[in-house]
Design a protein around this ligand. Structure first.
Ligand SMILES: C[S@@+](CC[C@H](N)C(=O)[O-])C[C@H]1O[C@@H](n2cnc3c(N)ncnc32)[C@H](O)[C@@H]1O
Length: 309
């Protein structure tokens, strides 16, 4: 199948657009791709589309996200039918489509944990960003300009995703440490933790935080076990650097991927390019020569959006 990588719904922090720049750092074929911070699993989907791995492990501490992915992959028709019903009902809701969002949000928060309802909430909410209050209730507001992904678009996308991933994907919703404990040499682990700026436990943008020192220890452990991995970890925009560097002792190679113009700086009347950092494990640096054939400073400039500064 040609064309862009199918996706279920716009999700904050999704690596869908960067996937074509990340996949070249993985071997052409390997046994298992493990995503401990899967979100909407853009990298697993893109890798499966290219038939890179024999099997896939999808995990996210947010079980609601994993439920959507599992249903999309294992029962796409059921997810489509249920989503279609919820989506269509916004148009004849007497109090209008914005209030319809609040009604579905209340139903979800009051215990109706249907994957189709959560999908509708993500599809209709501001920036596709899941937020919870201190009591664990979904509290993101609706994007008033959007009706959410149409059921037909969803159908096409989830049928494709299911075709690529069905019968070779296992699903978990646990803390990333438990997933890393399961990994063995031969696996490729893709880690995309929440941005450091947003990753303390109190931040409502993510359901759980990731402590920097714990994360470094977990990576050290992967190195000791000889498990290969790729980490997306913050980056820079203009002269602003986000997040701490991962320590040199981990022997990682850092690559900066051009993620395009920063929408925030465009709003401020500036044109600044955002770079997202990718850290490649020791073993992969030898297995995937691409890291050494790009730019000498390991800054990979996008062919379509060259940096002139
Ligand atoms: C940057 S997003 C991943 C986006 C993903 N790469 C994609 O393309 O959609 C980070 C994810 O990590 C999850 N997360 C946060 N803390 C976690 C933890 N301790 N263990 C596992 N997942 C966690 C969040 O729920 C969020 O979905």
């Amino acid at each position: 199948m040609n064309g862009s990588t199918p996706h279920i719904v716009q999700y904050q922090g999704s690596k869908r657009m960067l996937a074509p720049k990340i996949l070249p750092y993985m071997p052409k074929h390997f046994s298992r791709l493990v995503e401990p911070f899967a979100g909407m699993a853009a990298i697993s989907i893109a890798a499966a589309k290219q038939d890179r791995a024999n099997s896939y492990v999808i995990n996210d501490v947010n079980g609601a996200v994993v439920d959507i992915l599992q249903m999309a992959i294992e029962s796409p028709s059921k997810l489509y039918e249920e989503y279609r019903k919820v989506w269509l009902s916004q148009f004849d809701y007497p109090e209008g489509h914005v209030n319809h969002f609040y009604k579905i949000r209340d139903e979800y928060n009051n215990g109706d944990r249907s994957a189709a309802k959560m999908l509708y909430l993500i599809a209709r909410c501001v920036k596709g960003s899941i937020r919870y209050d201190n009591n664990g209730k979904f509290n993101q507001s609706p994007d008033k300009r959007r009706n959410g992904t149409s059921p037909n678009t969803l159908k096409q996308n989830i049928e494709a995703i299911s075709y690529f991933l069905k019968d070779r994907t296992s699903f978990f919703s646990v803390d990333y440490h438990d997933i890393l404990d399961m990994t063995i040499p031969g696996d490729i682990v893709y880690l995309d933790p929440p941005y450091q700026g947003t990753s303390n436990v109190r931040d409502s943008r993510y359901i759980s935080g990731v402590d920097f020192n714990d994360f470094v220890k977990a990576i050290e452990h992967l190195n000791k076990k000889n498990v290969d991995f790729i980490i997306s970890y913050d980056g820079s925009c203009g002269d602003k650097q986000y997040g701490k560097e991962l320590p040199k002792e981990l022997e990682l190679e850092k690559v900066l991927l051009n993620a395009g113009w920063s929408s925030q700086s465009i709003l401020l009347g500036k044109r600044e390019t955002t770079f997202e950092a990718l850290y490649i494990s020791r073993g992969l640096q030898q297995r995937t020569p691409v890291t050494h054939t790009f730019h000498p400073e390991h800054i990979q400039y996008s062919l379509f959006n060259p940096v002139t500064a």
